[in-house]
Design a protein around this ligand. Structure first.
Ligand code: SF4
Length: 492
């Protein structure tokens, strides 16, 4: 079940900055700043219809607002944008100091009159993702919010922030902020509820505020990163020379899929959540029978609130298995298929990884949401890599993200697989060079391209990743856990 997190508070207390940081921190979240509705609406009423305050009040009182204006919305880069009569205004038009003041005035006049529309949007968004609201009266618009976080800060500190932001004099800033505070206070924008958590940001850095917000959100559930279902068949149509499954061979060949629902149910009962459920490895999942795959699909569906994202690792074969592909792709849950390549050129990739069908051409591949990992090896053509990657993504538009990946050697150093990785994988210095050449910027330990579609995440530790193998909950060192132990470990 997805959550609605609302942030409100004083002007200049950091609502927008923290909301932007949360957007990057929490998986599968859509950001809806109510200003995205009130700003274009304000601009339309004042600058296009040339209405004054009295005329706007009349229009609202006569309930003509949503009769005369057609509202629509779209989601761009995980943010909701609101269209007025199907027109989406430019950000810079809507974000001027004058628009800040006008929006408070118009927002005060409109009050709760558009709450029905706001609620409808939030209900729609919540079907598929968590929702982050940056709003002044969020609970009035959406009484079912799961968390309400209120940010406060001293007047002096807020003045300092506003001067930096708007480049206006001290006197002008103080005057405007006082007026704005007065209006917001009188309009109920500072309302708190019995479940509101207040954070005073006066002396805190952005990261410290973020940490406090995350503490509040995570308090209810214990979150882990990945729960990976490691299938035991060791059966694959590809012959990747770096295959870690063949390298390690450390997981059981038994699957005991009947235990899956039992484990999920225990996890739910103990308020444990995972960012991702990964159906993976030791081979290609689509080589499993339809009956076995249905057991996995049914367990996911029954306990879908356990995970924020479902990820299916595939050799690419599933894109030729329509029934098996649709078993997962039609779940109406956030779901992606992950493939791993060493070369963008299909022929080269097929030769090195020993497979016969160019899955990029399959219709199912084009219909899925794909995360394409590209291994950082000496098979990657480095010249003009950025435009190569961009072109690759443009030509295969079901690929939503390309993740550059450093291959791991696995637990043993002397296997043919480990030797291949040693001989072909780029070392840390070379990888840094690639990151530099691509112009990737680091944010919270992950490197991103400017359009956020190419990422490089250095291999982390897997201490907080868990697996299910042989119908048992384990870690990557094959240590078996029961759910209570898992919970205790999280609290340590
Ligand atoms: S697709 Fe995965 S399981 Fe199959 S050979 Fe390659 S690495 Fe191994």
């Amino acid at each position: 079940m997805y959550k609605v997190i609302a942030i409100s508070g004083y002007s200049g207390s950091g609502k927008t900055t923290i909301s932007e940081m949360l957007l990057k921190k929490i998986n599968n979240i859509v950001y809806f700043d109510f200003g995205f509705l009130f700003r274009p609406l304000t601009y339309y009423l004042i600058n296009e219809l040339k209405l004054n305050e009295e005329e706007i009040k009349k229009m609202v009182l006569e309930k003509k607002l949503d009769q005369q204006i057609k509202f629509s919305y779209k989601i761009i880069n995980n943010k909701v944008e609101i269209g007025i009569n199907n027109y989406f205004y430019d950000y810079h038009v809507l974000n001027t100091p004058q628009m800040n003041m006008n929006t408070v005035t118009v927002g005060t006049i409109i009050g709760d009159h558009l709450n029905g529309f706001l609620k409808k949007i939030i209900d729609n968004l919540k079907q598929n993702s968590n929702v982050l609201l940056n709003a002044r009266r969020p609970v009035a618009a959406y009484p079912e919010v799961d968390y309400h976080i209120f940010l406060e800060s001293s007047f002096v500190q807020r003045v300092k922030r506003k001067i930096l932001m708007n480049q206006e004099s001290y006197e002008v800033t103080v005057k405007k902020l006082k007026e704005r505070d007065e209006k917001e206070k009188n309009s109920g924008f500072w309302e708190k509820y019995n479940f509101t958590k207040t954070i005073n940001t006066t002396t805190l850095s952005k990261d410290e505020v973020l940490e406090k917000v995350m503490e509040i959100i995570n308090n209810e559930f214990t979150y882990f990163n990945n729960l990976t279902l490691i299938l035991g068949a060791y059966n694959c149509n590809k012959n990747c020379p770096y295959c870690i499954a063949k390298n390690n061979q450390k997981f059981s060949i038994d699957d005991n899929l009947d235990n899956l629902s039992k484990i999920f149910s225990e996890l739910i009962k103990n308020h444990i959540r995972f960012k991702r459920f990964v159906v993976s490895g030791n081979g290609e999942p689509s080589l499993y029978s339809l009956e076995e795959l249905k057991k996995i699909r049914d367990a996911i569906l029954e306990y879908k609130e356990l995970f924020q994202l479902i990820r299916i690792h595939t050799s690419g074969k599933i894109f030729y298995e329509e029934t098996k592909f649709n078993l997962f792709n039609s779940l109406h849950l956030p779901l992606e298929f992950e493939v791993l390549r060493v070369a963008l050129d299909p022929k080269l990739d097929m030769t090195i990884l020993g497979y016969g069908n160019n899955y990029l051409e399959s219709d199912l591949f084009k219909n899925g949401k794909i995360k394409c990992d590209v291994a950082l090896t000496d098979y990657l053509e480095r010249e003009n890599l950025l435009s190569q990657l961009n072109n690759f993504q443009r030509n295969n538009d079901s690929i939503k993200i390309i993740r550059l990946k450093q291959l791991l050697r696995g637990d043993k150093n002397n296997t043919p697989q480990a030797t291949w990785v040693k001989n072909h994988s780029l070392d840390d210095d070379n990888i840094q060079q690639v990151i530099h050449e691509l112009g990737l910027e680091i944010q919270n330990g992950v490197y991103y391209s400017s359009n956020q579609k190419i990422v490089y995440k250095p291999s982390g530790d897997y201490d907080y990743d868990y697996v299910i193998n042989n119908g048992q909950l384990q870690n990557y060192r094959n240590e078996i856990y029961n759910v209570m132990e898992l919970k205790r470990k999280a609290k340590q």
